[in-house]
Design a protein. Structure first.
Length: 423
């Protein structure tokens, strides 16, 4: 008998929650097969079987919290799928008919007519059941001793096994619904409320955000950018860009390129604090915040300075899809040097984004709104404008650098042709 344990996941992950069992008791698995999906504070990961065999026991249920090293199931290397203690597999096919005839004779002489008779066992304590019932019980992973027989003699038949399987299913669904259902209660003012347990990922997000507020000197500076040139350039190039690269030319590649350019001019925004030292990064791995049903995640576009617009757009599409499908790997989330978040997709006009520790800078994009703007010649024109927000750690980034960094991004976006030439 082998134990299935929670393996070492990553240096920063020591616990998780059972999200979904991919196998059930009695299933046969091969070494390397995924058996359970585990929700951690960062990503969902699959735990694979380290041995081949049959699942004989599931110890931790869905929703249970587990830590590295915990035994969550047991596996029999010598077992067979759906195996049980009975030996009726070798029974000839003709036996069921003979047994049914014998049962008919016994029924005729039996005066007992109860429809809910208890299950009958033989002298050895084994449940008396037809071979067909035993086979079906193995297929459904049903313990014959738990089956309620409707036969007057207490013998278990196939229909009894089916009925027990249905009852077990309903019981499991009821327990799961009860487990997941919000708890209704009332306040001291007799007002109704619901109490819902936070997911592990949401708990971690909450904890990290509070820690950032406590452990950094975070400030935010704002500016606005005229998106006319970017929008006109996209309009001119979008069809040719799509035909050539197979992806659409979006806003995010422009902003990513502008951020990389500004980081090269203001390297302290691409740094982090380690003890009493500054670690100034000479690479440009840009985190792109993605909203999912479980909360915000920040997958990373690697070496954004070396990618062209198409490469950045493709990476963003791929990472966003993986995030929404819960397919992100830990490596997709680690090692970012700066983050971009776009609240404009939800209609946000202005916000103060919170740092993604240990990074010291994050750029917030917002929605584009047409506004009347005074032009250099004092004329008034309607322009598509976006507010930008830069949150930064004032411990190592001074206000002057932060403001100049944001101004540089504004300048590159309002004259984006150089970005295209560079990218």
């Amino acid at each position: 008998m082998q134990e299935i344990k929670i393996p070492e996941l990553a240096e920063s992950i020591t616990e998780g929650t059972i999200a979904e069992w991919l196998v059930k008791k009695g299933d046969k698995v091969e070494k390397g097969d995924p058996v359970v999906e585990l929700e951690t504070d960062k990503v969902n990961v699959e735990v694979n079987a380290e041995f081949s065999g049959v699942i004989t026991e599931i110890i931790s249920e869905e929703g249970d919290d587990v830590t590295v090293g915990d035994t969550i199931a047991k596996l029999d290397e010598n077992g067979e799928a759906g195996s049980s203690s009975d030996e009726s597999e070798s029974t000839p096919k003709e036996v069921p008919k003979q047994e049914e005839k014998q049962e008919d004779k016994q029924k005729a002489s039996e005066t007992k007519t109860s429809k809910d008779a208890d299950t009958t066992t033989d002298n050895n304590g084994e449940v008396i059941a037809s071979p067909a019932a035993r086979k079906r019980a193995r297929e459904l992973n049903i313990d014959l001793s738990s089956v309620q027989s409707r036969d007057p003699l207490g013998r278990v038949r196939t229909e009894d096994v089916e009925a027990q399987a249905q009852a077990n299913k309903q019981s499991t669904e009821k327990k799961q619904a009860k487990k997941e259902a919000p708890k209704s209660e009332k306040t001291e003012f007799d007002k109704p409320v619901e109490r819902v347990k936070m997911t592990r990922r949401r708990q971690t997000i909450a904890k990290n955000l509070v820690e950032v507020q406590h452990n950094t000197a975070m400030l935010t500076t704002f500016n606005e950018v005229d998106m006319t040139a970017v929008m006109e350039l996209r309009k001119q190039r979008k069809d040719k860009f799509l035909d050539k690269n197979g992806v659409k030319l979006g806003f995010m590649s422009f902003f990513t390129k502008a951020v990389v350019g500004a980081l090269k001019e203001f390297p302290l925004l691409n740094a982090e604090i380690q003890g009493n030292e500054l670690v100034i990064k000479k690479f440009y791995d840009i985190g792109i915040a993605v909203s999912t049903d479980d909360g915000l995640v920040v997958p990373v576009v690697r070496d954004a300075d070396r990618k062209d617009f198409a490469g950045i757009e493709q990476d963003i599409i791929d990472l966003g899809t993986k995030a929404r499908d819960n397919k992100l790997a830990l490596k997709d989330l680690q090692g970012g040097s700066f983050t971009i978040t776009n609240g404009g997709t939800f209609g946000s006009m202005m916000s103060t984004p919170i740092l993604n520790a240990p990074q010291v800078g994050i750029l917030g994009m917002h929605n584009i709104v047409k506004r009347a703007m005074v032009m250099p010649d004092d004329s008034i024109e309607v322009r598509p404008m976006m507010y930008l927000a830069l949150s930064y750690d004032h411990r190592i980034v001074d206000g002057k650098e932060a403001v100049q960094f944001l101004v540089r991004i504004k300048q590159m976006l309002e004259d984006p042709y150089d970005l295209l030439l560079e990218g």
